[in-house]
Ligand binder design. Structure first.
Ligand SMILES: *[C@@H]1O[C@H](CO)[C@@H](O)[C@H](O)[C@H]1NC(C)=O
Ligand SMILES: *[C@@H]1O[C@H](CO)[C@@H](O)[C@H](O)[C@H]1NC(C)=O
Ligand SMILES: *[C@@H]1O[C@H](CO)[C@@H](O)[C@H](O)[C@H]1NC(C)=O
Ligand SMILES: *[C@@H]1O[C@H](CO)[C@@H](O)[C@H](O)[C@H]1NC(C)=O
Ligand SMILES: *[C@@H]1O[C@H](CO)[C@@H](O)[C@H](O)[C@H]1NC(C)=O
Ligand SMILES: *[C@@H]1O[C@H](CO)[C@@H](O)[C@H](O)[C@H]1NC(C)=O
Ligand SMILES: *[C@@H]1O[C@H](CO)[C@@H](O)[C@H](O)[C@H]1NC(C)=O
Length: 315
């Protein structure tokens, strides 16, 4: 969060949602853990991430965990804690197939990790690539915001990676930049904007074959617009072949949503909304999410970031 793209005023047909092996859960920490089993009982969802390196207990061994290196450590040249944590999970027998890089490093407010491209390149070489080398884990690039400046940050990051490799005198002819297996994207806007944003990533990074969308919603939209966005985008993401995985934002109650109440997959009472039901490939519930008019302003900014463990918190 939280660059919201300007609306493109184009109507598009509504398409029904279906089951999908690509769908996962973006887990935010809430004060209603009793809701967690909604996403794990009798579910099509296959994976989750929680903005951190350590699994969330209620999802452990139910959905496949994807650890994230959220931001840069204080001592980027020497800190190995992310590598060590993931390495230990693997040694304990956890099935770690993928890891995610920095969360919105181009953002310095609203939960962005605010990391320079140069520092991110250094940390990548130090802690991310060894996970691939030692365990064959696939690496997701830094997930920049959907803002146009996000693209600039990512391009700068690849440049910094190349400069770092050149200055370190690597002996491998293949080692020219930072190694990336897929690119995670974020999008808050309408469906046409999402499709065009993904097309731009696919076109720009033709040397990287997979894209994930790890946060997306029609932020601050009407219920009708939120629902048609969800229906259309789930169908689209399922269909396009370069899309490997996606996680809608989000899996929380409408009363604590910071992207508007209508985007939530749970009502203020913890019932599945239509969007939530479609995401789980269940029949629409007709449950209308409610949130006070002040909800958006009140929760904008995701103030509850916990420095030590680094995950999102909804109060
Ligand atoms: C979304 O798809 C469901 C079927 O999965 C359908 O029942 C519903 O009418 C659709 N709603 C919108 C707003 O497109
Ligand atoms: C999920 O299953 C557990 C164990 O059977 C049960 O206690 C819980 O209420 C279920 N949750 C939902 C949302 O159905
Ligand atoms: C590990 O998880 C991946 C998906 O992330 C899956 O394809 C693979 O089969 C799993 N391996 C085991 C041993 O469960
Ligand atoms: C992939 O392509 C981008 C854009 O052209 C470039 O910046 C990056 O260095 C390339 N990555 C590798 C590993 O070749
Ligand atoms: C490259 O090879 C030389 C000679 O084997 C070695 O001393 C040096 O450490 C290597 N550099 C890197 C970055 O691996
Ligand atoms: C270098 O890249 C080539 C072409 O992608 C590949 O065949 C080769 O195995 C790579 N070598 C190493 C050491 O990774
Ligand atoms: C994605 O990019 C590739 C070229 O790298 C292109 O062949 C393909 O058509 C693109 N996919 C879409 C859906 O635009």
């Amino acid at each position: 969060m939280r660059y919201i793209a300007p609306a493109l005023l184009v109507a598009a047909p509504l398409v029904a949602a279906t089951a999908s092996s690509k769908r996962g859960l973006c887990v935010v920490s809430t004060k209603t853990p009793q809701d967690d089993s909604i996403w794990t009982n009798d579910t099509d969802l296959t994976w989750y991430y929680n903005y951190g390196a350590v699994p969330t207990q209620d999802y452990e061994n139910k959905l496949n965990f994807v650890p994230m290196l959220w931001g840069a450590p204080e001592d980027p040249a020497n800190d190995m804690s992310f590598y060590n944590t993931v390495s230990n999970l693997i040694k304990e027998g956890q099935n770690i197939t993928y890891v995610l890089g920095f969360n919105e490093p181009d953002g310095c407010t609203d939960g962005g990790s605010c990391v320079s491209a140069a520092t991110a390149a250094q940390v990548w070489k130090k802690q991310m690539e060894p996970l691939k080398r030692d365990y064959g884990v696939k690496l997701g690039a830094p997930a920049v915001t959907g803002a146009p400046t996000g693209f600039n940050w990512l391009a700068n990051w690849f440049s910094e990676c190349a400069a770092l490799v050149a200055s370190s005198g690597s002996n491998s002819t293949n080692d020219t930049s930072c190694e990336v297996d897929f690119i995670p994207a974020h999008w808050y806007g309408n469906f046409q904007g999402l499709a065009s944003h993904l097309g731009q990533i696919n076109g720009t990074y033709q040397n990287i074959s997979g894209i994930w969308v790890t946060e997306f919603a029609c932020a601050d939209c009407s219920l009708e617009d939120s629902q048609s966005f969800a229906n259309q985008s789930f169908e689209y993401l399922d269909r396009i072949d370069y899309m490997d995985k996606y996680s809608y934002f989000g899996a929380f109650r409408s009363s604590v949503s910071n992207v508007g109440p209508n985007e939530a997959m749970l009502t203020e009472k913890g019932k599945l909304t239509d969007i939530g039901a479609w995401y789980l490939n269940k029949a629409a519930t007709g449950a209308v999410p409610k949130g006070s008019a002040s909800t958006v302003a009140k929760f904008a900014g995701w103030g509850g970031l916990v420095a030590a463990t680094v995950f999102w918190t909804i109060l």
